[in-house]
Design a binder for this molecule. Sequence first.
Ligand code: ADP
Ligand code: MG
Length: 543
Amino acid sequence: MSTPTSKAIGIDLGTTFSVIAYLDANGKPKSLPNSEGDFITPSVVFLEEDGVLVGKEAIKAGALEPDRLAQFAKRDMGEAAFSKPLAGELYPPEVIQSFVLAKLKADAETKIGPFTQAVITVPAYFNEPRRKATQDAGKLAGLDVIDIINEPTAAAIAFGVESGFLNEKGESAKTERVVIYDLGGGTFDVTIMEITGQEYRVKATGGDVYLGGIDWDYRLVELIAQKFMEKHSDLDPREDPVGMQRLLREAEDAKRSLSQRESVSIIFEHKGEGIRATLTRQAFEHLSADLLERTRFTTQTVLREAGWEWSDVTRLLLVGGSSRMPMVANMLTKLSGRAPDASLSLDEAVAHGAAIYAGVKLAQGTSSNTPQPTIQNVNSHALSVLGVEAATGRPRAQVMIPRNTPLPVNAKSVFQTQKPNQYSVVVNVVQGGDASGNNSTPIGRCVIRDLPDGLPQGTPVEVIFRYRSNGRLTVKARVPRLNIEATLAIERASGLTDEAIQDWDDYLTEKRQPPPLPGSKNSKSGPPPLRPNAKTPPPIKKR
Ligand code: ADP
Ligand code: MG
């Protein structure tokens, strides 16, 4: 008897748009449409009193009640709560993302039947808490996340297989040196990668978490508002939430049209007044030249960090919906001296690559002689332990794993206890920041408790980091003198605890309903949403 073959599913859980794809009977990646018939689903959630809307419908509902609308939740993955309260309550970002995943899953199942296993993609720079949060979001949506892979890696696999520089197992005939330029809706990423056979080696990554298509939209919002106020000087449409929504929609429409045409006419109405204007592509490019320049500068910097020249590069891949703007390819052609490769499905490439990877992964599960791509990542931020300099008593960040180190990697460093008779040792793990630990992000802390009496000052404490290829980090602290090895779990600095995930999972599985909202009748039954004063996450940068 044959066991039913698992479906190979890949999901691109994007900041602004998400895509789900599978491998069809011929092993070809295909995007699956949602219930509205679209292949890309806005990563937008609207919490109703007694239900959840996701995607286009959420956007529509949100235009009237913006306080129930969640957008850009991906930016907050790994934080304790989504930065914007929804109807007055804070929710974990993984719960919001799980609603997006649950819609993708349910809609896809109407086309290809039930499944649970899937590969989900994350940005290359996602740190450990953010990866864990993504995995948890999958779990909450009823998915068995067989692996998490980086978006640029997935894109390279999709491009490679589609254009033939990789075979269907993701194998290259010769060494390819690839630059992946991904300009999405709210983020920009550059990745430098070498592919030899089935070995994917990331050389360097970089980017900007606050740069994407939305910034181009805002340039047009300003322009349209200005033109409107030239005629109706006492009426600023930006000050009215509904006016602002309309401005944004008009701006994005115009932007998209300008990717096809040299000029568009803009019609904008607000409170009974209207204007009509013509906008040329040239004027648009002029208005946004500094944004494009930021991506040029980052691309050049990351290439240099990889130690490459443009002449070393064999492929220059464009990913992300915003790479459709002709200014992107023009700039890159000038910069690199070569025409970039753009596939037909710029915004589907990541999901397609994830589906191909899921296929290879599942085949590996059934027969051990199917070779599998190995992916070597680098860490995009230095990982350090915060300590105190013995001589000066000043804080010092001891770098354990420098930025852009190939993964997996193990690192060991020996610290000392600060005082005599210390009963516990705390290892504070941070990422990024300077030598004194300023501007670093806490990742978690390892604590050894219940040390015996009489431990002298300066007792060596060994700290061991194990950083795996998928970006997950394990930290271990040891006091060798006591001849005991304390195995410690990282106390996460943020994100959901295992119990909290279980609570949410029970709640969502039993009810398949939204978490309770204040004043609703089920507010007693589920785990309560986080209170704004419980643990307020750092505010996200305002544009
Ligand atoms: P994500 O950030 O979620 O990965 P995508 O890669 O799907 O998002 O990119 C979404 C962005 O691409 C949006 O800002 C959208 O306006 C922009 N975009 C999509 N199509 C076009 C187009 N034809 N011209 C210009 N921008 C586009
Ligand atoms: Mg994307």
